[in-house]
Design a protein around this ligand. Structure first.
Ligand code: AMP
Ligand code: MG
Length: 419
């Protein structure tokens, strides 16, 4: 029989070995080297992928001085503060420049986006002129250079437009197309395998017997991984049996860059994930001073990274967002993913005991005076998955906090920033 080794529970306030969330994040980050291989894609297919190389602009944007208004292009030397008559000698359209010459005392009609001819440097809005045959009478005060968009004003040839490590958003692919760039190199797609562990778990379509529950973690994990843009390998539900667990872990590690499990990392009699991980690879097993979130197993099986998440559905989501997401983003080569926090008034009283960092579920809303505030979703049990669906943010409560009165200022992390 194996020797029983007492393991301090993470509910034990005396446990001095618990890691802070920052220390846990740093230890994970220290073990991750960004992927060093790339794929070339047409820019539409590169949406949500991470740039492998800097994008250098091959052109000036705009490529020519052009008009920001519909109106008249004039020579600034001709402008004075009184009324002024100029002779219209032609018209410039967007895409159809005026090819003639413009002498002193002359002007051309010009449309928004049309090239401003060399001799001209100023645009008069059409609302500020009177027209009489080919004579344009200009009124009002005008400034030299007004309403001209200058060559290279947005982007200069040779400038770094988008840096390596950037996750491409819709404006980025528009920007790339505005530079005439059709394909880009992005880091290769990560392959992530995951499965749930537990004898009590059934899948949708199966009937439940007493004590059984439907597996939800594989579905939340699927959703969160899908949003990150990784290739997903769903390996199903694995019962609490060492041999099957060992085999599934080995299979997963062979096929994927990252393996994620849920359940079975606690100190119960059927929690075998750590043991199997220790057999197959290296394991780092931590108790993190956070709630929800129980012990987190982290390690490697051959070349694959491994995350053993807790079983409770809310704990899975919190540990995924707080530890797995930043790790996968770093692995994908993303530089400094931004996680936004806001300071807002919480209209509810918050109950909390000091000792652990808490991620309570909150709802950001705008009150009748237009102020953004947060309220809690109510009961904060780590099995209450509906609290995640009702919430749109985490309310961040540091270790020392021992509860807050209603209308206190709190930090929140909107879900929209989490991908
Ligand atoms: P464990 O860490 O395996 O002891 O699981 C902790 C709690 O989470 C238990 O109540 C499990 O029944 C529950 N649980 C574990 N895995 C899942 C899952 N995939 N879906 C829903 N609940 C789960
Ligand atoms: Mg279990």
């Amino acid at each position: 029989m194996s020797k029983f080794i007492p393991q301090p529970s993470c509910a034990d306030p005396e446990d001095k070995n618990r890691l802070s969330i920052d220390a846990a994040r740093d230890r994970i980050s220290a073990l991750i080297k960004p992927l060093n291989s790339w794929q070339r894609y047409p820019i539409r297919d590169a949406l949500d992928r991470v740039l492998y190389q800097d994008i250098i602009s091959p052109i000036n944007v705009p490529a020519h001085n052009n008009s920001a208004m519909d109106g008249y292009a004039v020579r600034s030397d001709d402008i004075n503060d009184g009324s002024l008559n100029l002779k219209q000698v032609g018209t410039a359209f967007a895409g159809k420049p005026f090819k003639g010459k413009i002498n002193s005392g002359e002007c051309i009609r010009i449309m928004t986006g049309a090239v401003v001819p060399n001799q001209c440097n100023t645009i008069i809005m059409q609302e500020q002129v009177d027209i009489n045959d080919d004579i344009v009478t200009i009124h009002g005060h005008h400034r030299k250079g007004q309403h001209v968009r200058y060559v290279g004003e947005d982007i200069k040839t040779g400038a770094v437009v988008l840096a390596a490590g950037r996750r491409l958003v819709p404006s980025d692919i528009g920007l790339l197309s505005s530079l005439g760039i059709a394909d880009v190199n992005v880091t290769r797609r990560l392959r992530v395998a995951f499965f749930s562990t537990g004898d009590e778990l059934k899948s949708t379509g199966e009937s439940l017997e007493v004590g059984q529950i439907y597996d939800s973690n594989r579905y939340t994990l699927f959703g969160m991984l899908k949003r990150l843009g990784v290739e997903i390998l769903d390996m199903g539900v694995v019962p609490d049996q060492k041999a099957i667990l060992r085999q599934t872990l080995a299979d997963a590690a062979q096929q994927a860059d990252v393996v994620i499990t849920s359940g079975g990392v606690s100190v119960g009699d059927a929690d075998y994930v750590k043991e199997m991980l220790a057999e197959l690879g290296q394991v780092d097993f931590w108790k993190i001073a956070m709630r929800p979130g129980r012990p987190l197993a982290f390690g490697k099986i051959n070349n694959s990274l491994f995350f053993g998440l807790p079983g409770n559905p809310v704990s899975v989501m919190v540990t995924f967002y707080q530890f797995v997401t930043p790790a996968l983003r770093k692995l994908m080569g993303e530089s400094k993913p931004d996680s936004i926090t806001l300071q807002v008034t919480c209209t509810d009283k918050i109950r909390k005991r000091p000792g652990r960092f808490e991620y309570q579920r909150g709802i950001l809303f705008t009150d009748n005076d237009g102020q953004t505030k947060v309220k809690t979703t109510g009961s904060q049990g780590s099995g209450i998955l509906s609290s995640m669906s009702n919430a749109n943010c985490f309310i961040l409560l540091d270790e020392q906090c021992d509860g807050l009165a209603a209308n206190s200022i709190v930090s929140v992390q909107p879900f929209s920033g989490l991908i």
